[in-house]
Design a protein around this ligand. Structure first.
Ligand code: ANZ
Ligand code: ZN
Length: 822
């Protein structure tokens, strides 16, 4: 008897798969396609368990769909630009290109060792010139379409990483990566005009039926659509009107002051020459050193200063003071607000602190009366009071009427405002795709001609943590000639946010070697959309939003047909150890390499898939891993025990003629198959595996007495086929032992024989005091208790039993029931 040697088995089959090019796919119009995609990893050095989980889930699905006759695209690649490579260069003097290349080589080996069914001929890395050439080309298409612009921006600046950070990369005022305090800084930056797509990104969410609700809610809130109005307040003594955005035009009669963001462009002009100008300037200095997040935090003290200027409330005619305040941000609406302290808590706190008037204009719809005194803002909607001709209206009607009044009098208009900002894509870093633009003194910003792409990233750069991009100091890169006028000019030395690179990689996988285009439209149209996308929930907002945006733009540019990239999305849970996410700092990391060394890839995969449903967090368990290993051994022995007896036998195909234990085993077999099929389709891998385990128990049980080899043959084949997506190597080995030729992964998924599911019925004779009174059909496996109950409640026997006492019920199994009455 051969023992299970996982190393020998796994390496043998991995080598065969390579030789056979088993996972290589091409477009095939005769087959339905299935695009199974897992989020590509950052090549940080080594795989962690989260990767293993993510990829094991995808692999089950890819293999399952292949067995269902789909032409499955299952690719893998590397999100290879980014900061860690540069930090390694600064700290350890290894060039980013080398560091990245070595990490990719190591991690690729790890992925192969896990036996994942990737078509490696489609591998891509975002840092390879034949990839970023097309990232740059896409940038230029966006540029031509007016979806890219350069503008001065106040940006989050990490002094330690010396780079601009997106708002989302600032956590609690600190850099997400290195935790240093983030500063605010003015810089010329490149933006993608994603706000142009805000409505579509929002509206389409409804159509994404295969996405988790929680992810859609997060995107919904991120886009943050608000309906309201802009209202213009004339500034006293000038020709200017101050415009605000409000969601509550119904409260306009309650405005008692105005607040501008300290960065508002009119501040300088407004305060020039006012008495306490110096004091105001000091305040501005203080606030602009605070970051946005702490400025707007609920518990941050509302601080402000009076500008010395007034404007007019266009509805009441009142003159009201203009203040500056820390809680108003330049990046939202118009950077100015009308303050309604009676109905907005922030304004309320501000008014209390600076002793500004509070006027209630919305009353509780029950009492319809203003309160004597408010101890907090009344923020709900209600009935208007103290609001002239609009008093008595409910908030909703008033919003509409007041907005119409403003529009009619040219004082404002209906407005939809989004929280979503344009996407800041430039980074003052080296290890990224260079932005393909030349800056010419005469011609301005000039796109690099497409035929000159890629703008290659030089490898001989000098790193110093001095806050400047190494590219800017690299003369051979930075100095160039203007493509337009031929004069000396400089290259843009900013590189692109890595999220740009990962916003279209799923398209390049479809046509990865195209040297003429980013991708061929027909080919992309064959594969897209991705049928199943699998990844971490940490990408619920940015990556998924950006990828959707890219797909919509490329659709609009006629480069592909779909408009949404991902039909179904699965966000997998974390891998925990002792209740915490595995992390170096907690010291609770389990290294996939060690698990594979001790138990093999099949065991690692089986454990991870069995331990929890994919969406839930998974608690690592040593004994669970051992259990998975034992189960594989148990299957191994079962098959071995039957080989070679079953090898030249034709498998059963029908339950006709089978009786007793034989018939029962075949029923369990097909019932298991039905359940496993149903469960895999719903990602309930854990319950699918436990059904297979029960089936194996039933098989061992049968083995003690049953000897129908045709039935065993069918049973073992089904077992190996059902296991194939989960434990692909050992399934191949067992398939081969059973005499299979070729790969088990090219076999069709077995069909459930509905007839086999039927529970066998037998006819029982019913007697009362020994006289036959009726007959009844019951399942073979009915218990004596159930049978007794059924008989005593039977109507046909009632006339013979009614009013009498049942003395006993005699049961002759599978034949007869005799009720004895007195
Ligand atoms: C007057 C008012 C009265 C407001 C009231 C609210 C309640 P959302 O829902 O997020 O769109 N606002 C507008 N621009 C702002 C900025 N740049 N910085 C800080 N706050 C700003 O919120 C819109 C509301 O947030 C606006 O409606 C405005 O305050 C404030 F009883 O205007 B409201
Ligand atoms: Zn020029």
């Amino acid at each position: 008897m051969r023992t299970y040697d996982f190393n020998q088995v796994e390496l043998k089959w991995q080598q065969r798969w390579d030789e056979w090019e088993l996972y290589k796919v091409t477009e095939d119009s005769d087959k339905p396609k299935f695009y199974c995609l897992e989020m590509l990893p950052y090549p940080s050095g080594k795989l962690h368990m989260g990767h293993v989980r993510n990829y094991a889930i995808g692999d089950v699905l890819a293999r399952f769909q292949t067995m269902h006759g789909y032409n499955v695209l299952h690719p893998m690649g590397w999100d290879a630009f980014g900061l860690p490579a540069e930090n390694a260069a600064i700290q350890r003097g290894i060039p980013p290109a080398i560091w990245t290349r070595d990490n990719i080589a190591y991690m690729r080996k790890q992925l192969r060792r896990l036996g994942l069914s990737y078509d490696w001929s489609r591998e891509i890395a975002s840092c390879w010139p034949d990839y970023y050439r097309w990232t740059q080309w896409l940038f230029l298409q966006f540029y031509k379409a007016g979806l890219v612009y350069k503008a001065d921006a106040v940006v989050n600046w990490c002094p330690s990483c010396a780079t601009v950070l997106a708002n989302e990369q600032v956590v609690g005022g600190n850099c997400e990566r290195c935790d240093s305090a983030v500063e605010q800084k003015h810089l010329e930056q490149w933006f993608f005009r994603i706000t142009k797509y805000a409505d579509r990104l929002l509206d389409n969410l409804e159509k994404l039926e295969g996405w988790p609700e929680k992810v859609k809610t997060m995107q919904h809130n991120w886009i943050g659509r608000s309906e309201g109005a802009t209202i213009r307040f004339p500034i006293v003594g000038t020709e200017k009107t101050l415009e605000v955005f409000t969601t509550r035009p119904d409260t306009v009669f309650g405005v008692t002051f105005m607040v501008l963001a300290p960065e508002h462009p009119w501040v300088d002009e407004l305060i020039a020459g006012v008495e306490h100008e110096a004091k105001v300037r000091e305040f501005i200095g203080e606030v602009t050193r605070q970051d946005e997040i702490s400025r707007t935090a609920e518990d941050t003290e509302k601080l402000g200063v009076f500008t010395g200027r007034y404007c007019v409330n266009p509805l009441t005619g009142d003159e009201i003071p203009i203040w500056l305040g820390n809680y108003v941000l330049m990046g939202y609406g118009t950077g100015a607000i009308m303050a309604v302290p009676a109905h907005d808590q922030r304004d309320f706190e501000f008014a209390k602190k600076y002793d500004l008037p509070i006027r209630q204009v919305i009353a509780d719809p029950e009492t319809k009366m203003p309160a004597e005194e408010l101890d907090a803002a009344f923020e709900a909607e209600g009935v208007l009071v103290n609001s002239g001709e609009f008093s008595g209206l409910d908030s909703n009607t008033a919003k509409e009427r007041i907005t119409r009044y403003l529009e009619a009098n040219n004082l404002g208009m209906f407005k939809v405002q989004y929280r979503l900002r344009d996407w800041l894509i430039s980074r003052q870093r080296y290890w990224g795709a260079p932005i393909p633009i030349v800056i010419c003194d005469k011609c301005g910003l000039v796109p690099v001609p497409e035929e000159e792409l890629p703008v290659l990233l030089p490898e001989d750069v000098h790193f110093a943590p001095d806050g400047k991009s190494p590219l800017a100091q690299h003369a051979a890169f930075a100095e160039t000639r203007c493509p337009n006028c031929g004069e000396k000019a400089r290259r843009e030395t900013d590189t692109m946010d890595t999220f740009v690179c990962s916003s279209w990689y799923f398209l390049r996988y479809c046509d990865p070697h195209n040297s003429e285009k980013a991708f061929d439209k027909d080919i992309v149209d064959y594969w897209m959309p991705v049928d199943q996308y699998i990844g971490g929930v940490e990408h619920a907002i940015l990556h998924l939003m950006y990828a959707r945006f890219f797909t919509m733009v490329l659709h609009d540019l006629g480069l592909l047909s779909v408009e949404e990239p991902f039909t179904n999305l699965l966000t997998q849970g974390m891998v925990l150890k002792d209740g915490f996410k595995m992390s170096k700092s907690k010291g609770n990391v389990v290294d996939p390499d060690h698990i594979i060394e001790r138990f093999g890839a099949d065991t690692a995969r089986l454990f991870i898939l069995f331990a929890a449903p994919p969406e839930r967090d998974l608690e690592w368990s040593e004994s669970g891993v051992e259990g998975a290993y034992r189960f594989i051994n148990r299957v191994w022995r079962l098959v071995q025990d039957y080989v070679p007896q079953v090898n030249d036998v034709e498998p059963t195909t029908k339950s006709d003629g089978l009786v007793g234990e034989d018939k029962e085993l075949r029923r369990v077999m097909h019932q298991t198959l039905a359940k496993v099929t149903y469960d895999i389709e719903r990602f309930n891998f854990n319950t699918a595996i436990s059904a297979i385990m029960e089936y194996v128990n039933a098989f061992y049980h049968y083995k003690e007495k049953g000897e129908n080899m045709a039935l065993c043959r069918e049973g073992l084949e089904k077992l190996v086929l059902m296991l194939a997506p989960f434990v692909p190597h050992v399934a191949e080995e067992l398939w081969e032992m059973l005499g299979g030729t070729g790969s088990v992964h090219r076999e069709p998924w077995p069909q459930v024989d509905e007839a086999a599911l039927r529970v066998e019925e037998i006819t029982i004779v019913l007697q009362v005091n020994g006289k036959v009174r009726d007959r009844v059909g019951v399942p073979v496996d009915i218990s004596e208790e159930e049978l007794k109950e059924l008989v005593l409640s039977r109507e046909t026997l009632a006339p013979y039993i009614a009013g009498k006492t049942v003395v006993k019920v005699i049961i002759v199994p599978r034949k007869l029931v005799n009720v004895v009455v007195k």
